[in-house]
Design a protein around this ligand. Sequence first.
Ligand code: ADP
Length: 319
Amino acid sequence: MVRESGDRRPVLTVFGSANMDLVATVPTAPALGETVTGTAFRTVPGGKGANQAVAAARAGGVTHMIGAVGDDEFGAEMRAALDASGVGTGGLRTAEGASGIAHITVDGKGANSIIVVPGANATVTGLAPEDERRIADSDALLLQLETPMEGVIAAARAARAHGTRTVLTPAPTQPLPPELLDAVDLLVPNEHEAADLTGERDPHAAARALLALVPEVVITLGARGSLYAARGAEPVTVPAYEVEAVDTTAAGDTFVGALCTAYGEGVAMPEALAWASAASALAVRRPGASSSMPTRTEITAFRQRTTTQRTTTQRTSAP
Ligand code: ADP
């Protein structure tokens, strides 16, 4: 069972990116040199690091973010959005210049093209002394690859040195240096990233290949759920919840944030994975990335409702 109120809350530190997503909706994406008239525009705080931090905080983790925003309006907005979600921003530096942005065009068929300009994220190349303390005091460190690799390696090494569990989302996909892999406890790619990393399309084969690199792997499979594999144990498949998906942006980030919260509370992996599936199912039912992430109360209520439904169905269908 995931914690009842009153138990100790897990402490999580997220080291990674914060981007402002600039989303333009167009009937058809412009060709080179062409101008088209769009139908809508919105700015939404995003970036894999900030998304995982918001997901973890909403799921009930005491969450800190280490990263950087620029000294522009987007930076102030992103910091305020993290503060409002209960994420500790003491480790979020304000760098001179522009914040990171993702310029996203979504066409009438829902297909998108994206330009990412890292801005302040490019300055996240190492740790300040207080960052090391934050990592040392955490149950888990959550990493992704939208900030420079040297900083990610420094954070992972600090976690390893202090016995903090390290969870890496290997996105965007790139070669993973051995210095990083040596300090990773759990790798959480989606099925495309797992295939890119291993050359194996079959998730079970990809998981086996990844276990040669890290002790534990979760491959997320979209609406098909997730696959958990650990060295020396039988792999476990966790189904996704059947929901009507409206927007799957940041499903994986919601999943990782919720998973680390549950696991940090001492919940066994299969139950923590089921809880993370519930969190991401709730997120895909609503539009938006960080704004769609569910709170702990919502996740627990959804789990109880669906568990009761399942038990009732099993009872009714039993001979
Ligand atoms: P990413 O967002 O990184 O590509 P996935 O698409 O694999 O990651 O989604 C992560 C998790 O979110 C899945 O393991 C699943 O639990 C949940 N999820 C994603 N899409 C759906 C969906 N259409 N219906 C229900 N759950 C979903």
